[in-house]
Design a protein around this ligand. Structure first.
Ligand SMILES: [Cu+2]
Length: 158
């Protein structure tokens, strides 16, 4: 009898431990599951070409194909919002929410354009679409970075 109770007790402990480990694993996995993007989804900077020369304050327009723009926090299939990366050389980890900074701008209200003011010189611009949690989709939907040159208006040089 004593042995049997002991075995049952040990089995219960084992079950409890397995259950706890299972839950932890499930939570970790859930946090890492990225929203899928449909085939052919893409984002582009609509109004600027690679090599464009722009004044210090200029407009950047975003376009998306194959996905819907919704505000951050709204979970809907094939949707998300734009992020503009300025002079970002190394992409942030796509398995985590994109950080918010001066160089990683979130357009969580669903904006499709912004006015930028940048110092003179060359800069890179890149769009990354991300889901309601600011986590990029899988596969990631982002534009090829373009390099632009910010130049003072001609009138300033005269
Ligand atoms: Cu965001």
């Amino acid at each position: 009898m004593r042995t049997n109770h002991g075995s049952v007790f040990m089995a219960l402990i084992a079950l409890l431990c397995a259950g706890t480990a299972g839950n932890l694993l499930a939570e970790d996995t859930a946090a890492l599951v990225r929203s899928p993007s449909p085939p052919g989804a893409s984002v582009t900077i609509a109004n600027l070409e690679d090599g464009a020369v722009v004044p210090p304050t200029f407009l950047v327009q975003f376009s998306v194909t194959g996905m819907t723009i919704v505000p951050a926090g709204t979970d809907a299939k094939d949707s998300g919002h734009h992020h503009l990366l300025i002079d970002v050389v190394e992409l942030p980890d796509p398995n985590l929410p994109l950080p918010m900074s001066d160089t990683i701008m979130h357009f969580g209200k669903g904006q499709t354009e912004t006015e930028l003011t940048l110092p003179e010189g060359t800069h890179t611009l890149q769009l990354v679409f991300a889901d309601y949690r600011h986590i990029p989709h899988d596969p990631i939907v982002m534009s090829v970075p373009i390099t632009i040159t910010v130049a003072a208006p001609a009138s300033d040089n005269q």
